[in-house]
Ligand binder design. Structure first.
Ligand SMILES: [Zn+2]
Length: 446
């Protein structure tokens, strides 16, 4: 079996990996880089021209795994994409949203290559989606494939491929512990010849437990209200918002927080509907629970956000998680940061180079450059960070890999320090195994 890393660098970028066994070829994910624009955001798709491509296997619907799939599919008009039901629903919405965003950015960012695809092309792509159940093997041109729940976000799956006498398991993005809605990974416990693991949290020692962080968040919100302020939680529209809303829901039910209206973004509301549609369709921590029925939600429009009074006791969960310029969290940070009564709480990974990363690093009393038209702002408000990652703690990943003892472990989806941590630990714990960081653009013989 051959493995080619199509991601442009060893990092959390535009994830895409090609696997070949004999004359069979599979593409594991086809993402776009979250920090890049235009052609630089694409994986090395040119390398596919010399390789067989029988199918695309999609682990989940975050754009760093999905965003360039329509580009691949327009070059390979016969190819179909396999994924879970949850991923198929979300991917449809995520790709249409991406087409709209790129159409806007074409002029704003002077990128003539945008949009990579139109809404019409997305419809052709979704027509070629094949929905597969979890934990059930199916045949694809003589190869055996199965998808296995990966936690992380609704629909996410690790992917097992057995082809030409070699087995490979790709974890995709994974969380082993339950969250509020999405249950933890249900991965196979058999030994693959090769395992490809995500390394997001390799450089991060274990943080506070989920329950501890729920209590700390509740206390921090109550304190903010008590001093007459409001709370801004910048979060990704997909996954993070829904899990956070369930945390808030439970705190309201337990009467820890007042029963109140919660402000969210329009895209988050779209994903809420999909989460609700899945409520009785897939096994979850809270089967049947529907966000839209159980919470008092208000979509915050830009014009309202500009003029709304931000006094005491408002709670806003708006995107983007990175406070990217022109998003609602970027706008509300400009309004709330100069007032010491308010709070800004981060609830997941933020890129240190993003405006959110700068606010987090500067903290209360500091100054942060928000980029765009905003420039530098004084952070008089409270700034805090809570550990609600949708990626597994590094020790949980170590435990899983050491239990199944693959012959080869390929390390992907991590910054340099994270990849190195896993390489060192696994080299010690699994001396018989080959631990490999697959170089960008190169083909490895397994
Ligand atoms: Zn993801």
């Amino acid at each position: 079996m051959q493995f080619t890393n199509l991601t442009r660098a060893n990092e959390i970028g535009a994830n895409s990996y090609h696997v070949q066994a004999g004359d069979r070829g599979f593409l594991l994910d086809s993402g776009t880089h979250p920090k890049m624009d235009g052609n630089a955001a694409l994986p090395h798709l040119g390398l596919l021209s010399s390789k067989p491509l029988d199918a695309i296997l999609l682990s989940h619907s975050h754009l760093d795994h999905l965003g360039s799939m329509p580009v691949v599919m327009s070059d390979h008009p016969e190819t179909r994409a396999y994924m879970t039901y949850g991923t198929s629903l979300i991917a449809d919405r995520a790709l249409h949203n991406s087409a709209s965003v790129m159409s806007k950015q074409r002029n704003e960012l002077h990128l003539p290559e945008y949009p990579f695809f139109t809404h019409g092309q997305v419809d052709h792509v979704t027509d070629r989606f094949e929905v597969v159940p979890c934990a059930r093997e199916f045949e694809l041109g003589g190869s055996k494939i199965s998808f296995h729940e990966a936690g992380h976000v609704q629909g996410a799956a690790g992917i097992w491929i057995e082809s030409g006498g070699h087995s490979l398991f790709y974890t995709g993005d994974v969380r082993f512990a339950d969250m509020m809605i999405t249950r933890g990974a249900q991965f196979p416990e058999k030994r693959p010849d090769t395992m490809v693991i995500e390394c997001t949290r390799g450089a991060t020692p274990a943080g506070n437990s989920w329950d501890h962080e729920v209590n700390r968040l509740a206390q921090s919100i109550i304190e903010t209200y008590a001093r007459g302020g409001s709370v801004l939680i910048p979060c990704f529209a997909l996954g993070k918002t829904q899990e956070a809303l369930k945390i808030i829901h439970d705190l309201i039910k337990e009467r820890v927080l007042p029963d109140q209206m919660l402000y969210i973004g329009g895209l988050a509301s779209t994903y809420n509907e999909i989460y609700d549609e899945l409520a009785n369709r897939v096994p979850r921590v809270c089967n049947g629970f529907k966000l839209e029925n159980n919470l008092n939600l208000m979509v915050l429009e830009r014009k309202d956000a500009l003029k709304m009074k931000i006094g005491r006791g408002r709670l806003l969960l708006v995107s983007s998680g990175m406070m990217t310029p022109r998003t609602m969290s970027h706008l509300m940070t400009q309004r709330m940061a100069p007032d010491e009564r308010h709070s800004i709480f981060f609830i997941g990974y933020v890129d240190p180079a993003s405006p959110a990363g700068k606010v987090k690093a500067a903290g209360q009393g500091g100054r942060a450059d928000l980029g765009g038209d905003a420039g530098e702002v004084d952070l008089k408000c409270r700034v805090d960070n809570f550990n609600f990652s949708s990626h597994c703690e590094r020790n949980d990943m170590m435990e899983y890999v050491c239990k199944v003892r693959p012959r080869n472990v390929l390390l992907v989806h991590g910054e340099a320090a994270s990849l190195e941590w896993f390489r060192n630990e696994l080299s010690q714990k699994l001396p018989e195994s080959k631990i490999i960081i697959p170089p960008s653009g190169e083909t490895i013989e397994l």
